[in-house]
Write a protein that binds this ligand. Structure first.
Ligand code: S3P
Length: 441
């Protein structure tokens, strides 16, 4: 089987209903929290992708039992401080920043050295953003420069901290919340808005958490050492995986799609707000609350009169994983689009800001960049006729999928390397594209 795919034609009009992959952020959080609950938790509709399987392997290494029975995962935890290891161990987080960062928060009380490693992409990413706050709890933690491998040696003598999160990073906020759960006393977090699945799960599990929100900030207090019981949880679909089909439909002619059962928390739907501002035809229907998360269907139609946007940077965190495809919409818009403060995009699985600028330039789109601000000069008549070879992108799953969407929307002869990268977050991506009628080999 070749490791690349070739796409040589645009997709034909379609009108379909689809389900996409389950939410990756929520799947990883459910696995990690179940590993410190007391008793057997049952998690349904879990995302079976490499990142989540790495989370399952990691908790097993920590002595937690995890079995798949039918389609459900049963995870038997022994409570806070219940990890059962009697020697130093190595945990491999693979490609997953979320797993690597959140699990460090759960290891603060483990009195053995746990060495955390990851793949080539994860090993390039910043871990000082996690090791610095965890040190303040009293944990002994070392890293190679600011990166992996990280070695953590937990302690019984933890003290709560006051932490200010300034990046809008849910991973940083969540790692501190999980450390706080294992620490006596009240940890206080002042955080810029970011995805709030950890907060919602704490509330769902009736853990002692207090939240006061202002327009841009959340003030969170977590009281530690409250044991919690095993739970049942059903994971909804992932808006970040939906984003590829949302944008494909917007950019394709005479097409419509309904994407069922997607997490639509305010902290995740930046893409919907942005696309509406760009005059795209997108709606949310059948909203309900499920396990403390907001779940709905997203309905999208082809959009012919896309407008440029002056994107407010307070939407950055709520759409951080979707900018690659939002930029494709800006490329086809009438007028100029402005995006600001996108530095965090270069800290993802690959330097996504640099990669998307190069890609759009290859497609013939005019772009101006000033540090981390971007001006994209849209072209509503955009059509690609040349050969495009996408390679050397650190196997970033979202770059692969964004390239497929660009090829199917704009045309051209595309060869896209490293198709296995989709297994990180969305193993059924190509199957769903086929169902919509996309042709590739
Ligand atoms: C995630 C948070 C975001 C996001 C990542 C998943 C999470 O990262 O990019 O894919 O599950 O908390 P940051 O917290 O670093 O912004």
């Amino acid at each position: 089987m070749p490791k690349y795919i070739k796409i040589l034609s645009k997709i034909n009009p379609y009108n379909k209903t689809i389900y996409v992959a389950s939410d990756k952020s929520i799947s990883i959080r459910a696995v990690l929290l179940a590993s410190q609950a007391i008793g057997t938790s049952t998690i349904s509709n879990i995302l079976e992708s490499e990142d989540v399987l790495s989370a399952i392997k990691s908790i097993k290494k920590l002595g937690v039992e995890c079995k798949k029975i039918g389609k459900k995962y049963k995870i038997k935890g022994y409570g806070l401080n219940g990890y059962n290891i009697n020697k130093n161990i190595v945990i491999n987080a693979g490609n997953s920043g979320t797993l690597a960062r959140l699990i460090l928060g759960l290891l603060v009380k483990v009195e053995k050295v746990v060495k955390l490693v990851g793949d080539k992409s994860l090993s390039k990413r910043d871990f000082s953003r996690i090791t610095e706050p965890l040190k303040e709890f009293g944990v002994n933690i070392k890293s190679k420069g600011n990166s992996l491998p990280v070695e953590i040696l937990g302690t019984k003598f933890l003290t709560p901290i006051d932490y200010i999160e300034t990046r809008g990073s849910a991973q940083c906020k969540s790692a501190v919340m999980l450390a706080a759960l294992n620490t006596p006393g009240i940890t206080r977090i002042k955080a810029y808005k970011s995805r709030d699945h950890t907060e919602r799960m704490f509330k769902y599990l009736k853990l002692p958490i207090k939240i006061k929100s202002t327009k841009n900030l959340d003030l969170i207090e977590v009281t530690g050492l409250e044991q919690f019981k095993a739970f049942n949880y059903v994971i909804p679909g992932d808006i970040s995986s939906s984003a590829f089909f949302i944008v494909l439909t917007i950019l394709s002619k005479n097409s419509k799609i309904r994407i069922k059962n997607i997490n639509v928390n305010k902290s995740r739907i930046g893409i919907i707000t942005i696309l509406k501002k760009m005059n795209c035809k997108i709606k949310v229907e059948n909203k309900k609350i499920y396990n403390g998360e907001e779940v709905a269907d997203i309905i999208v139609r082809s959009s012919m009169n896309i407008r440029g946007i002056n994107c407010p940077s307070n939407l950055n965190s709520a759409s951080i994983d979707e900018f690659l495809v939002i930029f494709l919409v800006a490329a086809k818009a009438k007028g100029t689009s402005y995006f600001k403060n996108l530095g965090e995009l270069n800290k993802k699985e690959s330097p996504r800001l640099d990669i998307s600028i190069n890609m759009l330039k290859k497609l013939g789109i005019k772009i101006e960049r000033k540090k981390n601000d971007l001006k994209i000069f849209g072209n509503p008549k955009l059509k690609i006729k040349k050969n495009i070879h996408v390679k050397d992108y650190l196997k970033d799953h979202r770059v692969f999928m964004m390239s497929c969407i660009a090829a199917l929307s704009f045309g051209g002869n595309w060869k896209i390397e490293d198709k296995d990268s989709i297994n990180t977050s969305f193993p059924s991506f190509l199957k769903i594209l086929k169902k919509l009628g996309a042709k590739f080999n």
